[in-house]
Write a protein that binds this ligand. Sequence first.
Ligand code: 2M8
Length: 726
Amino acid sequence: MLRIFANYVDKAKHILDQNWTGSYTKPAPSLYPHQWNWDSGFIAMGRSHYDTRRAILEIETLFDAQWQNGMVPQIVFNPDALGGYFPEPDFWQTERCSKVPPGKLTSGITMPPVHAIAVEKIYRNARRPRTVLPFLERIYPKLLSLHRYLYRERDPKEEGLVYIRHPWESGIDNSPTWDGPLGKMSVDRAALPPYQRKDLEHGVDPAMRPTDADYDRYVYLVDLFRQCDYDEAKIRETCPFLIQDPLFNSVLCRANESLAEIAGLIHESAEMPLSWAKKTAEAMGRKLWHREHQIFDGFDLVANEPIEVDTAAGFLPLYAGAASREQARLIYQRLDSTSFCALQQGNCFTVPNYDTQKEGFDRSNYWRGPVWININWMLAHGLRRYGYTLKADSLQKDLLQLPLRFGFYEYFDSFEGTGYGSDNFGWTAALFIDLVHGFYEGKKTSQRVAAKARGLFSLDVVLNSGEKMPDLVAPSKLAGALMRSIRGLRDAFYDTSRGRVDYEALRQSSQYVQYRLLTNGLRRFDLSRLVGRRDKLAFWVNLYNTIVVDGIVSLNIKRSVQEAPELFSRVKYAIGEDLFSADDMEHGMLRGNARPWLHLRRQFGPADPRKAWLLKPSDPRIHFALVCGSRSCAPIDYYDAVTIYDQLEEAAKSFVNSSEVIVLPDESKVLLSEIFRWYESDFGGKGGVLDLLCDYLGDDHARRAIQEQAENLRFEYIYYDWDLNR
Ligand code: 2M8
């Protein structure tokens, strides 16, 4: 992993260096020359992994321009870079307000308050966190004052939900969510103060930016704020755009948690931030949840009605822990539907910003469809928070794929991944660095656990050696009863959509006791009773998957299967006269007695009686169905003899279209799961792997690249995560 991504991490750091001005990082080299509020937050998160000093300076520069009422402005203008952006200080005229910090040029609105999250990360990722404490002490009152401002000025009814009063405050400027409220505003172009857009002077396609009608409304609102001298009470009375937005409130809610953490680190009371977090989470769950749509929506305070427009912002309460378990489950279903391009399926890269099934969806227009790294990054954290770890993992790997394949762009085509907007975009680079670090950390933990745990036991452990025998099941019926029992375990304890097993509940269940009893019956089972290729395949695949689960439970493995590396070779079931470990089932029975990776010999020796029942020829698709108890392997499921061919086909398709396969045409490279290295011979060598990829890949672009570059294509293998799929 390290080697694979090293060049790209360097590239990302280089982008941040190029955009660095000496005290802050520009979001993009020319399109956005000033300091932007939430961009700086995300950028500091990325930098926190390798440059604590600049990460701190980034945040301090932003907060130097904090208004005296606590508001942190959306833009802090660089006096040396004026002239290239609209609107600049001459248009904002924030000097009309007495709360503006002296000597600073800023806009008069704010943005999603990600900063406490960034500050906590700076502390946690620092090489010497103690040295960051003075910064925490300096910044904490400022963060607190920002949150206080939001609850005081933007939540007059003390609902726990703050409002935004300009689309730019949302960060998702031309999101379809704003169409309704903006559409209701009657704006007389001739009465607007004269202005000229600058965003289209930077070579971006106008079709990928907000329209002129949008800009008229943006300007109308700024003009209104000016006329109110930025007095919030006055603005509130006349502003036609006051919206409680799920994205903004989710970020605030999540930031309150970080604020509480920071308070704890510097021995301040965490009571206030914690009570805000609770209040906002509850309010979102109550007021912004749309039951039928299975998503959170905004609420228009002017029209006093919900805005029933579903965008990716509606998934972000997961990031804040503001959704109930049930809401999270329903959100997950919505997320996994064609509306948001079923993660890992179809032709979508990660989650587009708007429901693809809606008329207004536009795959390339700014916040009206494309994929944004920051939104998906928060969503991945949210999914992980609710235990959808497998999806979170794949979402994060998919996110890495976008800059790798298409460049460090501002946003990406939701179907093909093409990069749009500005290249060398700051938060894309920064969050890429953060994602890569996520993988390193996973790897380090697993390696530590493994190093500590090797050699826990060296003798065979036969799991089905219990005295009690299943009395009702005749040996001839045992295979069927065992398969039904395994299916029962799957239904009760395997979460197939998350690829997770609830080991604790399983351990204590009566179904598990019953399953163990049935396995004792295997000692009387005659393998010659298994006839038919599909029956044999289902029997061994299911038994393999269950002996791994049984081993994890019986050996009380907590974190990683590497805690007991012998799990696959020493933990066994007695079947008839013979013993079978998971390795015996896989390399012996299912792979036709093949040689395990890096082993000199085949699984069974020349005179081994178990060779009488080998499944030959082997079906390489088993590798997408065998579950090894780890996060990187196939999601756990039950395989039915009648449908097993279709199921294996499905398993292969979803594996190949997941982030376990990343095609990088520009580099003539394919990044692959290590499964393709370990079992290359089963797939028919390198050529066979390429054939298989072409057969199953849904992405035409990637498939064509493989076909055209087959001869020179290099394979690199993606780190395998051995942590438990618990
Ligand atoms: C975009 O917004 C600015 C206004 O704030 C613009 O279009 O001029 C948005 O993508 C916003 O989320 C982002 O912070 C900003 C700078 O990257 O650009």
